[in-house]
Design a protein around this ligand. Structure first.
Ligand code: IVH
Length: 672
């Protein structure tokens, strides 16, 4: 970007961030999460660093936005209500401690750590042990009197418990500070109810808690279950030496505070606590985005003082955001093995929840239309835990003027010239039409050879492409017909690698049934469904004969899947393909309990068999895990002897002392 473009972007970012700040601080009704706000701020800071002369006095990086509301009586705080400096990494924590060392000199500390609750700050004032007033943070100096509303919160005691050791505190004024939150379960209950009533649902517990406290009618507040949890007690008592002392006192006087708070002896303890809550925090009954870390010793904490609106003796450790913004650099259209087109957004890489996100599926063209996603858009990406990253929405405010709606048909033409795609009326996806197109065949072979299917080493995208382009395969089964010489003649192969690829293909002639079913690439059949089908039907023949009702009786198989399987086996092209596999000796091993019955055994056959063809018997033996030997060798386990046997096999079997069995003895072996 040149300077002019950067200036334009800075202006847009400032406008948007100010709007978000207004929603957050004044309306207490933000439309975006902290993650989005933070990630746009990071972008703004990056440009301001690059061009310091473009830093505007209006930039949110230059001033702190905080206002008091007008609707409630304003109250001055006895002592300023501070906030905390955010840190985002262990390095940031170490840097914070280095900064404290500059003031205090090298010192080892105990650290007090608590879970940071995601709610709104509130001060409770008690006079001689009686609750008299509740004040919101406001701008830190002046807040709003929300006493009537806070009185409805059951976890706020109207009278403090009298405990001997703390009797003193009951005389005069006592202030308790903490967070008003809504528990996740209560929030979900309220939303379920609203859904039932056809009302719009609330965005998140924090917004709802903040919105509730701003209600002018306390009877409405009483209907919304809020919780107050304290994190500080303000009183001049020499016996209070640490933050933990304060927490113990809070509990003694009957004020709720987090039981998860701990004191650790060193930095390693801090990091251990951070790691411990990284995943476990999702199990807490309330939402949290991080931890509060303080120097436990109150004297040292106070000595460190304040910078801006933050104490120097504490920080808020924020876990990686689960939302961030980035730009869509490209939308590529990927064609799956069934010819379905999936649009994929390629991003300017962004780190979310600790992982770098470079692309995300946009699912189909309807989804693109619904979200109006365009090339070059700044979008919000969401990723939590193991969830696959998703494009949540577009920040339309940051869209460039000349941007055009994404036209999938035009894109298909330009990305796949010469191919034809159709979209059936009842489907959301576009599909490649020409069933025999090389592109589709390449995808089909790649899928067949992929790890979750037959796992054929060396048969990846580029080798498959070379094989298909050279005309060596017209369907998946053809890969077994390719000779070493043919592979060697392809430009990309040396002797050794062509031998290896040939061997790798030939080695996969008896795949597990589930893997083979999956490898066929039947639409809607994922690896797990393939396993369920294999378990249920035991052989490919049984599966091929299954009716839609048979298929529907399997757990996890719905109508779409059942129809897809049924019609796949009805298609004469597919029957031909299966026959070809059989002729080539590609025989999947049954997944049934019989599977292990003949595993490890090998059979040779001589003479004419009764009631079964030689090939059929070989199929059956292989399906039971046995190997078939064309001639007797010293590793052969049994020689099956039919009528009019050939002399040489019998002789060999005798010389190797190999057991000879007739058909009924073989049957006993199988039925055993
Ligand atoms: S201690 C100087 N402990 O987070 C303020 N704050 O970003 C010391 N918060 O203003 C606050 N949970 O409103 C503390 N366990 C906790 C907290 C907590 C939530 C809020 C509080 C504070 C803000 C700082």
């Amino acid at each position: 970007m040149n300077k002019q473009q950067v200036k334009k972007r800075i202006d847009e970012l400032i406008l948007l961030l100010l709007k978000y700040a207004h929603e957050y601080y004044i309306d207490e009704n933000p439309s975006v999460s902290d993650g989005i706000y933070d990630s746009l701020t990071v972008e703004l800071k990056k440009f301001e660093k690059q061009f310091p002369d473009l830093v505007s006095p209006n930039s949110p990086t230059q001033r702190l936005v905080s206002y008091a509301l007008d609707s409630f009586t304003k109250v001055e705080h006895s002592k300023r209500m501070l906030s905390l400096n955010d840190v985002f990494s262990e390095q940031d924590v170490e840097d914070w401690l280095k900064r404290t060392e500059k003031i205090l000199g090298p010192k080892s500390h105990e650290y007090f750590i608590d879970i940071k609750m995601d709610g709104l700050a509130c001060a409770l004032i008690y006079q001689d042990g009686q609750f008299i007033q509740a004040v919101t943070r406001g701008d830190g100096y002046i807040g709003e009197d929300v006493t009537a509303n806070v009185k409805t919160i059951k976890s706020v005691p109207l009278v403090l418990t009298k405990v001997d050791g703390f009797k003193k505190s009951f005389k005069g004024r006592l202030e308790i500070r903490g967070e008003i939150i809504m528990l996740k379960k209560d929030f979900e209950k309220l939303n379920t109810q609203r859904e039932k009533e056809g009302l719009p649902i609330y965005a998140n517990p924090r917004n709802l808690a903040a919105g509730t406290i701003r209600q002018l009618d306390p009877s409405l507040v009483a209907k919304r279950p809020l919780v107050f949890k304290a994190y500080d007690i303000i009183l001049n008592d020499k016996s209070l030496k640490t933050f933990m002392d304060k927490y113990l006192m809070l509990s003694s006087v009957g004020i709720v505070r987090n039981k998860q708070a701990v004191v650790v002896g060193n930095l390693k303890g801090v990091f251990d606590y951070i790691h411990m809550w990284e995943n476990k925090r999702h199990e807490l009954p309330f939402n949290t985005d991080g931890l509060v870390i303080k120097i436990n010793d109150l004297q040292i904490y106070n000595e460190l003082g304040v910078v801006g609106k933050n104490p120097k003796g504490a920080v808020a450790y924020k876990y990686p955001a689960e939302e961030a913004t980035t730009k869509i650099e490209n939308i590529i259209l990927s064609i799956g093995r069934t010819g379905a087109v999936t649009p994929i957004a390629v991003f300017d890489p962004v780190i979310i929840a600790g992982t770098t996100v470079k692309h995300a599926s946009l699912h189909n063209s309807d989804e693109i239309v619904r979200k109006d996603i365009r090339l070059g858009d700044t979008v919000v990406i969401y990723k939590a835990g193991d969830i696959i990253p998703q494009v949540e929405r577009v920040l339309v405010e940051l869209r460039s003027k000349g941007s055009q709606k994404f036209n999938i048909e035009k894109e298909l033409k330009s990305q796949y010239p010469g191919f034809h795609f159709v979209r059936k009326t009842d489907e959301a996806v576009y599909r490649l039409t020409a069933k025999d197109s090389p592109l589709l065949l390449k995808k089909a072979i790649e899928h067949y050879a992929s790890r979750a299917a037959l796992d054929i080493e060396g048969l990846g995208e580029s080798n498959v492409s070379a094989i298909v382009d050279a005309g060596l395969a017209k369907d998946i089964a053809d890969i077994y017909l390719i000779t070493k010489d043919q592979i060697r003649n392809l430009e990309r192969f040396a002797d050794l690698s062509s031998d290896n690829l040939h061997r790798a293909i030939q080695a996969k002639k008896n795949p597990a049934l589930a893997k083979f079913i999956y490898g066929l690439g039947i639409r809607h059949i994922g690896a797990q469904t393939a396993i369920d089908l294999a378990k249920h039907f035991k052989t490919l023949d049984n599966l091929s004969q299954a009716t839609v009702d048979d298929l529907l009786s399997i757990e996890g198989v719905g109508e779409i899947v059942a129809e897809s399987i049924y019609s796949w086996f009805l298609d004469p092209e597919n029957s031909k393909l299966l026959q070809k596999f059989k002729n080539l000796g590609v025989l999947p091993i049954s997944e049934s309990s019989e599977k292990l019955k003949l595993e490890g055994l090998s059979f040779a056959i001589t003479g004419t068999l009764d009631g079964v063809s030689r090939d059929e018997l070989i199929d059956r033996l292989r399906a039971l895990g046995a190997k078939f030997d064309a001639s007797v060798n010293k590793y052969t386990s049994y020689l099956v002897v039919g009528s009019e046997p050939g002399g040489s096999k019998i002789k060999k079997a005798q010389s190797y002392k190999i057991k000879q069995i007739n058909q009924s003895e073989l049957k006993q072996l199988i039925d055993k």
